[in-house]
Design a protein. Structure first.
Length: 416
C-alpha cells in the first residue's frame, strides 16, 4: 500500500507556488513544457555561483569543486535512469544532444540503410535523426500512429524495421497527449535485426520510473528542467556504443567518455544543481540506496498524479463542448491532458484562464507536429494541454474544472 502523498510538504519546496497574478495564486499547469524548480535546486545553483565558479583542470579549489559537482551529477543521473555514471553526458538540452549524436552516427550509415522514427514523437526525436539520414542519403521510415486510439500502430512493425534498419528512435511517452508507448515491443524488434534504439524520455522521466537496460536503449535522452531541476540536457549512452562513437569535437578536447560529447564549456551552475533535483525526487521515497528511494518515490508520484488526472479527465468528459484527445482507458498515460473547446481559439482560452483565474496553461502542437497534422489539430489552433506535476493539488484541479466550465458558459452566452 502506497502511503498518502505529502502534498503540502511537497508544495513548500517550490517557491514559485507563492507567486500571485491578478491577486490570485498562480496555478502551474504546464508541467510538460517545464516544471517549476525545487528549492534545493535553486539553493544549489546560487551556492555554486556565490562561492565562485571555474572551468575544469585547474589546480585551485573552485576548479576542483566544479569537477566534483560534475562527478556527483553523473552519479545522480545514473541512479535516476539505471545506468553507469560514465555513460552520462550533459549538454544544452536534449535536442542539441540528439543532433550531436546523430552527426556521429551518420558516419556509419551507408546506401541501402534506413532509420525508423514515429508519428507520435516530439520532432526533436524525429528531425535530429532524419536530417542526418538525409545527409547520409538513406531512407527514413515512420511507425504510424492510430488517429483513433492515439497509440502507435505496431501491426506492420516487422516490415518497417528490417535487416537494413540501423537506428530506431521512439518516445517513451507523448509530450502532447500523454500516451505511454509500447517501447519494449519496439526495442525487441530493433534488437532482432541489430538496430540501435534511441529513446526520448524527456516527458517520461518526470512521471514514472525508468530502467535504461530493461528498455534496451543504446541512447536515452532527458532534460532536467522537466523534473524540478535546471535547464540542462542529459544523454545516457551505452558504454560500448559510446566508446566507438566518433563525435564532432575540437581536436584538443577529450577523446574519452563521456566528456568527448560535451562540446565546449558546460553550464556548470546547472550541473551543480542537478543532484539536488534528483535528491528531491528520492526524498519522497524510502530505501537503502538512492536508486531504491527513487523507485519508491515514483510509485507515490504516479499514484498521486494519476488520481488528479482522472479527476480532470472525468470532469472534461462531462462537458459537451470539450473534445479530449487521449488513448483509451486501457492504455497507459502520463497525467497530460490535451483537449479543445468547440468554437474557441486555444490561445484565447489560455489567455482567459491566466487573466481570470491565474491558471498558467499552454496551447499549440508542442512540437508533436506530425501527430497534430494527422489529427488536423493545427487547423483550429492546436491543443490546450494541462499537465501535472507532483506539486499540483486537488484544489487546483477543482479550480481548473471550475474555470473551464465558466469559460464554456461565457462562450455559450456570447454565441446565443
Amino acid at each position: 500500500m502506497v502511503k498518502m502523498f505529502p502534498i503540502e510538504e511537497v508544495r513548500r519546496q517550490f517557491p514559485a507556488l507563492t507567486r500571485k497574478y491578478n491577486g490570485k495564486l498562480a496555478v502551474y499547469m504546464d508541467g510538460p513544457g517545464g516544471s517549476q524548480a525545487a528549492k534545493p535546486v535553486i539553493e544549489a545553483m546560487v551556492s555554486y555561483m556565490t562561492n565562485g565558479g571555474a572551468n575544469l583542470h585547474g589546480e585551485f579549489p573552485t576548479s576542483k569543486e566544479t569537477e566534483q559537482y560534475i562527478e556527483k551529477a553523473r552519479k545522480a543521473a545514473a541512479d535516476l535512469v539505471g545506468a553507469k555514471p560514465n555513460e552520462v553526458a550533459f549538454g544544452q538540452n536534449s535536442t542539441s544532444l540528439m543532433f550531436a549524436v546523430s552527426r556521429a552516427l551518420k558516419k556509419t550509415w551507408t546506401s541501402g540503410d534506413n532509420i525508423v522514427v514515429t508519428e507520435i514523437d516530439h520532432r526533436s526525436n524525429v528531425d535530429s535523426w532524419a536530417t542526418a539520414a538525409e545527409d547520409a542519403g538513406i531512407e527514413v521510415r515512420f511507425i504510424p500512429v492510430d488517429p483513433k486510439t492515439l497509440t502507435l500502430d505496431l501491426s506492420n512493425l516487422n516490415n518497417i524495421i528490417d535487416e537494413n534498419t540501423r537506428l530506431v528512435a521512439a518516445t517513451l511517452a507523448s509530450n502532447a497527449v500523454g500516451t505511454i508507448t509500447d517501447i519494449k515491443t519496439i526495442s525487441n524488434r530493433a534488437h532482432e535485426v541489430g538496430a540501435m534504439l534511441a529513446v526520448d524520455a524527456v516527458h517520461a522521466v518526470p512521471h514514472f520510473l525508468i530502467n535504461r537496460d530493461q528498455i534496451g536503449a543504446q541512447f536515452l535522452f532527458c532534460s532536467a528542467y522537466k523534473f524540478f531541476g535546471p535547464h540542462l540536457g542529459i544523454a545516457v549512452i551505452k558504454e560500448e556504443v559510446f566508446e566507438k562513437l566518433s563525435v564532432y569535437k575540437l581536436q584538443p578536447a577529450p577523446t574519452y567518455i563521456p566528456d568527448k560529447l560535451e562540446t565546449g564549456t558546460q553550464n556548470h551552475e546547472a550541473i551543480a544543481a542537478l543532484e539536488a533535483g534528483i535528491n528531491f525526487i528520492a526524498s519522497l521515497g524510502i530505501g537503502a540506496t538512492r536508486r531504491e528511494k527513487i523507485e519508491s518515490a515514483y510509485a507515490r508520484m504516479e499514484e498521486y498524479e494519476n488520481k488528479l488526472a482522472r479527476k480532470l479527465r472525468t470532469a472534461l468528459e462531462s462537458i459537451p463542448e470539450v473534445t479530449l484527445y487521449q488513448a483509451p482507458e486501457s492504455a497507459a498515460k502520463t497525467p497530460t491532458i490535451a483537449f479543445t473547446i468547440n468554437g474557441a481559439d486555444p490561445v484565447e482560452v489560455c489567455r482567459w484562464l491566466a487573466e481570470n483565474y491565474a491558471i498558467f496553461i499552454a496551447s499549440g502542437d508542442f512540437y508533436a507536429s506530425t501527430l497534430a497534422e494527422k489529427l488536423g489539430i493545427n487547423e483550429t489552433g492546436g491543443w490546450i494541454r494541462a499537465g501535472f506535476a507532483p506539486y499540483n493539488s486537488e484544489e487546483e484541479i477543482e479550480m481548473v474544472i471550475e474555470a473551464i466550465q465558466s469559460y464554456v458558459k461565457s462562450l455559450n452566452i456570447v454565441n446565443k
